[in-house]
Design a protein around this ligand. Structure first.
Ligand SMILES: *[C@@H]1O[C@H](CO)[C@@H](O)[C@H](O)[C@H]1NC(C)=O
Ligand SMILES: *[C@@H]1O[C@H](CO)[C@@H](O)[C@H](O)[C@H]1NC(C)=O
Ligand SMILES: *[C@@H]1O[C@H](CO)[C@@H](O)[C@H](O)[C@H]1NC(C)=O
Ligand SMILES: *[C@@H]1O[C@H](CO)[C@@H](O)[C@H](O)[C@H]1NC(C)=O
Ligand SMILES: *[C@@H]1O[C@H](CO)[C@@H](O)[C@H](O)[C@H]1NC(C)=O
Ligand SMILES: *[C@@H]1O[C@H](CO)[C@@H](O)[C@H](O)[C@H]1NC(C)=O
Length: 643
């Protein structure tokens, strides 16, 4: 009671003071806004001044509902305090008071907590209130960006989609700004379109999505795009950026180039030519085609291959890039030249040059480039240039000539021609080393006669006694003829090789000395062979075999062996001779003159044995006589040779 009285007294005094206008009883002061992160604690301060002590004050905390009415959430005085039941704050608020400041703390701030708060302080005499707003923040998740994967054509009429940026769960609503190469993009009529869509999640947080559409040009092909996200935080703003994306821009070619990829350097017939084409655009809707003159050529994308080129492939090649969207065509061209070298033409191809005259021939090959011509004979270069001149032809001039035409500038270009030359003239027998020889009786000797001359000479083999021998072989060569004859040696023999053509005759004489090793044997051999030559050949062969065996076995011991082996025969002959002499002794006595026959044959054998060993070569040399005989014979025997 006493307190009541005292209080009423005090109030009366205050009213009095107030009426006097000395001071206001209570003053309240609050910040405009209070900021807090979602889920964290918010502290709402209410500063006041009061003439009375804290104990005399009563504090009411209200919030303003969406419909605008005040709703108390907390009450506090010196002796008691409580949170009002049935509000969104009931379980999360606490109030404290200290001199000059009343504090309302709200824990686990919700988005709905973003309301206006009223702090109402009452003294004994009057009440004052302050107001503030709570702002709630939540930083969004890291933003994402997605670029368009397909390429964008510069031919598109409307802005094309570039990409989308998205930022989730921010509060308050974050902003998205598109950047191209560090420059922010602003929407522009028909050029840049930015479409924003904002979603309020069930949590009350904002998710923002922004799509960029733009008209692209070729210059944008290397551009980098990204999004910047700005959002409020207590006391300011923050910013994050997405990673960069680039786009594929399809642009048509404005120029096309075509070139010969291979071979490098000059092209020759037979080469495979590879042409390559490239446009400076990248539109997938465009394709390349090749043309040579009016002819369209099958190609594989940007490559054209011409196999086995000919001179007809020379000319201008067009490569055309056609855009299937716009049907625009752009062409590039290149000119190629296929070099050629025609087969060599040798004039004349076959020629007959009279001995002593000049050989002349030309070799030409039509070509698109400078050529080099050289003549070869027997693998050796004999002349340069396309004209071949050989003065004063001899038999050595005859033969096969080859002209080789090459192109120094281009490797592998070559053509060849052939010239056959015959030199007209009298036969000329090439003298062999040995025209005189000693041969065992009954051996067979091959005699060769190599004759130069044109027309190819006829070769006739004869023996000194006029017998004609058959050629065993005859071979016509560039120079003339090579003829061979096989001669069986039965006795000393002279063989003539006579070569004849329209221009004359040449002859060669072979002298063969027949040899055997015993006097007795030789006599028998000689007599038999002379007989066999006139008779049949089988008979002679049998006799040869019997006689030839003996000399072969006898050969090494020579004289001594001959006497021993042939001793029996000699004795027999002597006995027969003695018997004959005895029988015919009387007759011989009467006829002295006829006894000479036996003596002569014996003497001849002895001389032959000696000459075999020492004098053969010397005996037969008599060239002058041979030639004389040849000349004489020629005139007589020409008609039979025609056979
Ligand atoms: C309110 O705050 C005071 C002082 O900090 C504390 O002692 C008390 O337990 C709190 N009450 C509630 C309900 O949180
Ligand atoms: C977002 O954009 C709006 C409108 O331009 C602006 O008022 C606001 O301040 C921006 N927010 C941020 C966080 O920059
Ligand atoms: C983007 O740019 C990078 C590097 O500049 C490049 O490697 C990549 O291929 C580009 N991507 C596209 C789609 O153009
Ligand atoms: C190349 O062409 C020539 C002339 O047309 C022909 O003779 C030759 O056989 C061809 N070669 C190839 C490999 O096709
Ligand atoms: C080839 O290209 C040149 C320019 O590079 C041009 O002047 C010429 O007319 C073209 N020729 C043809 C046949 O298209
Ligand atoms: C071959 O020549 C020789 C030597 O000149 C001559 O003796 C012989 O009669 C000629 N034979 C023929 C068939 O012409």
């Amino acid at each position: 009671m006493a307190v009541r009285d005292a209080a009423s007294l005090l109030v009366g005094l205050l009213v009095l003071f107030h009426a006097w206008g000395v001071w206001a009883d209570v003053e309240v002061n609050m910040e405009d806004r209070v900021e807090a992160y979602l889920g964290e604690e918010a502290r709402i301060n209410c500063m006041f001044t009061s003439a009375e002590g804290v104990g005399a004050l009563r504090i009411h905390w209200f919030f303003v509902t969406r419909s605008g009415e005040k709703k108390q959430i907390y009450y506090l005085e010196s002796t008691m305090k409580y949170a009002d039941r049935g509000t969104q704050f009931t379980d999360r608020v606490n109030g404290t008071i200290s001199p000059g400041t009343a504090v309302l703390t709200i824990s686990d701030v919700h988005i709905e907590d973003e309301v206006e708060f009223i702090c109402h302080i009452k003294s004994l005499t009057e009440g004052r209130e302050g107001r503030t707003k709570l702002t709630v923040f939540d930083a969004p998740a890291f933003p994402s960006i997605e670029g368009i994967q397909t390429g964008i054509s510069v031919n598109e009429v409307n802005p094309s989609k570039i990409g989308t940026c998205e930022v989730k769960n921010g509060f308050p609503k974050p902003n998205i700004t598109w950047y191209r190469n560090n420059t922010p993009l602003r929407p522009a009529q028909d050029e840049v379109e930015i479409t924003l869509s904002v979603t309020v999640e069930s949590s009350g947080l904002f998710s923002v999505r922004s799509e960029l559409r733009m008209k692209v040009t070729k210059e944008d092909k290397d551009d980098q795009f990204y999004c910047e996200v700005t959002y409020f935080v207590p006391g300011g703003t923050r910013m994050t950026e997405t990673n960069r994306i680039n786009i594929t821009v399809y642009y048509p070619s404005t120029a096309v180039s075509v070139w010969v990829e291979s071979p490098k350097g000059k092209i020759k017939e037979g080469d495979s030519i590879m042409l390559q084409c490239r446009g400076n655009g990248n539109t997938p809707s465009s394709f390349l085609s090749f043309k040579h003159g009016e002819e369209e050529l099958p190609s594989e994308q940007d490559t054209l291959v011409l196999h086995n080129a000919t001179r007809l492939d020379s000319g201008v090649y067009l490569c055309i890039s056609t855009d299937t969207d716009t049907f625009e065509e752009i062409a590039g061209n290149t000119t190629l030249f296929v070099h050629y070298l025609d087969p060599a033409v040798v004039i004349p191809e076959d020629t007959i040059v009279p001995q002593g005259q000049d050989l002349k021939a030309t070799c030409n090959a039509l070509s698109s480039v400078d050529t080099h011509t050289a003549w070869f004979k027997d693998g050796e270069e004999i002349s340069k240039g396309n004209t071949l001149i050989v003065k004063d032809a001899t038999f050595d001039t005859a033969g096969t000539y080859e002209c080789v035409v090459t192109v120094p500038e281009i490797e592998g270009m070559e053509t060849r021609g052939t010239l056959y030359v015959n030199v007209q003239g009298q036969p000329e027998i090439i003298k062999p080393d040995n025209t005189e020889m000693v041969q065992q009786v009954e051996t067979t000797v091959s005699l060769h006669c190599k004759v130069r001359g044109f027309p190819a000479p006829r070769v006739e083999w004869t023996t000194a006694d006029g017998k004609v021998l058959d050629e065993t072989s005859r071979e016509v060569t560039d120079e003339g003829v090579q003829s061979t004859v096989d001669v069986k040696v039965t006795s000393d023999i002279t063989v003539f090789c006579n070569a004849t053509n329209d221009f004359g005759t040449d002859a060669l004489t072979f002298d063969i000395k027949a040899t055997t090793h015993t006097t007795a044997a030789t006599t028998t051999a000689e007599t038999t062979t002379t007989i066999t030559t006139t008779t049949t050949s089988p008979a002679s062969t049998t006799t040869i075999s019997s006689t030839t065996v003996k000399p072969k076995t006898v050969n090494p011991p020579k004289k001594k062996v001959k006497k021993e082996s042939s001793g029996g025969v000699i004795i027999a002959v002597i006995i027969i001779c003695i018997l004959l002499l005895a029988i015919l002794g009387s007759v011989l006595y009467f006829l002295y003159k006829k006894g000479k026959i036996c003596g002569r044959s014996g003497k001849q054998d002895l001389t032959k044995e000696k000459s075999n060993k020492d004098n053969i070569v010397v005996e037969m040399k008599s060239d002058n006589t041979e030639e004389a005989v040849l000349l004489g014979v020629n005139g007589e025997k020409q008609p039979p040779n025609d056979q």
